[in-house]
Design a protein around this ligand. Structure first.
Ligand code: CAA
Length: 390
């Protein structure tokens, strides 16, 4: 993939364009045909996982030295965008694989990277991210899950809530309190495995959208793990969690772009076919203005998201740009708000038909809603932006 300088102009390279074409073709052939059933039956999109693993697109961000494709942030955005255009639930496979594993990539020891990134890159394991709890959502540092050192081990106890792909993933990055006196500075990050004794899962949440992506509680009941599963130093877990979100909020923006693009593409076709008052409704200026606004908002969101992705790349000194935190929050907030408006307008353009499950736009509207909520609500994104004004 091209180097960071190429996207300072917020343009995609030829390689990125080829990647988009390939993912779009794969998503249309192998993911889109199952999207309605996955939603209707609230079942895991196994066909999508198989297709993504088959084409090495399930965790494209994993660095080459750990067996991955080593794709840059913009390429990862393009993969998520194109999968979400077909099926938002399926786009959570590459997105959450990045979210779950990024703490290890950013702060983990060489040994942890080798142990956990290889199976992820091969498609043998998925990775989830466990930050939120029943009483610690926006106030993530208010978490209660405890990790207590016991010789060469840590013992974890607590409940994590809203965990995407829980039960399906083999690996979990778990944030837990190691020193309750220190609030955010007393939180540490660990890798927990699905098979560790004492790990269990709640029933899948019954959600408005992204029904194919299982969301469950993760219960940690005296889970005893080797101390070398600690990611980074004790007390750095909250900073690692926040740094991770700086990068991955961009992937939620990508998901929002894809959902919105899917809705806009469908509505564009529909208004040519649907006739009222003796002509296609696309001939009415009121309809044209709606489509123009939808496309304008989508393109603005895309440009901001790609600009954020450029900032997600490391500089030659190994640091990320200082304004990444602002850009990550801004892209997620702007793109998700745009997706909500665009998908709602798509339903409006289809009228009564848009309100039924016989057409895909109502699913897209339901799926868009979550992008305004997870990886930090858009109210939290505004707090993050205000604290990090460029
Ligand atoms: N990078 C590095 N370090 C950071 C950081 C960042 N972006 N943001 C904060 N920190 C560190 C700092 O070291 C800071 O300490 P200093 O005082 O030394 O600077 C420390 O963390 C505490 O930071 P704050 O004082 O800003 O913490 P806060 O308690 O006020 O919380 C918050 C800040 C932005 C509200 C944060 O709690 C937050 O982002 N909340 C939302 C949580 C969230 O996004 N959850 C998403 C769950 S994952 C999910 O949804 C996945 C899914 O399903 C797909």
């Amino acid at each position: 993939m091209a180097g960071p300088a190429d996207f300072d102009l917020y343009r995609t390279s030829e390689e990125h364009d080829m990647l988009r074409e390939a993912v779009r073709a794969l998503a249309e052939a192998k993911i889109a045909p199952h999207a309605a059933a996955v939603d209707e039956e609230a079942r895991f999109p196994q066909e999508a996982l198989d297709a993504l693993v088959g084409s090495d697109l399930h965790a494209i961000h994993v660095p080459e030295e750990y067996g991955g494709a080593g794709a840059d942030a913009l390429a990862t955005v393009i993969v998520i965008e194109e999968v979400a255009r077909a099926c938002a639930s399926s786009s959570l496979i590459p997105a959450v694989n990045k979210l779950g594993s990024l703490p290890v990539i950013l702060s983990g020891s060489e040994d942890l990277k080798k142990r956990y990134l290889g199976p992820l890159a091969k498609g043998d394991a998925m990775f989830s991210y466990c930050l939120s709890e029943p009483d610690a959502g926006s106030d993530a540092a208010g978490m209660k899950t405890r990790a207590v050192r016991d010789g060469d081990h840590y013992v974890l106890n607590g409940v994590k809530r809203w965990i995407t792909n829980a039960g399906v993933s083999e690996y979990y990055t778990v944030m837990a309190v190691t020193d309750p006196e220190k609030r955010s500075k007393g939180i540490s990050a660990f890798v927990v495995e699905k098979g560790d004794e004492g790990v269990s899962f709640g029933a899948p949440e019954k959600k408005l959208g992204i029904k194919g992506s299982p969301t469950r509680e993760v219960y940690l009941d005296n889970v005893r793990i080797p101390a070398d599963r600690l990611i980074g130093a004790e007390g750095t877990g909250f900073a690692t969690a926040m740094k991770t979100l700086d990068h991955t909020r961009i992937t939620i923006a990508a998901q929002a772009l894809g959902i919105a693009q899917g809705a806009l593409d469908y509505a564009k076709g529909y208004v040519q076919e649907r006739k009222q008052f003796g002509k296609p409704i696309a001939d009415f200026q009121g309809v044209q203005f709606m489509l123009a606004d939808m496309a304008m908002k989508l393109e603005a969101a895309r440009q901001l998201t790609y600009a954020a992705a450029a900032r997600s790349e490391r500089t030659t000194e190994g640091a990320t740009k200082e304004d990444l935190t602002f850009f990550g929050a801004a892209a997620k907030c702007f793109a998700s708000d745009a997706a909500m408006e665009i998908t709602t307008d798509a339903v409006q353009l289809l009228g009564g038909y848009g309100y039924t499950r016989d057409y895909p736009v109502e699913r897209m509207m339901r799926d868009a809603k979550i992008t305004q909520i997870y990886e930090g609500t858009n109210q939290i994104q505004r707090i993050v932006m205000a604290r990090n004004l460029p």
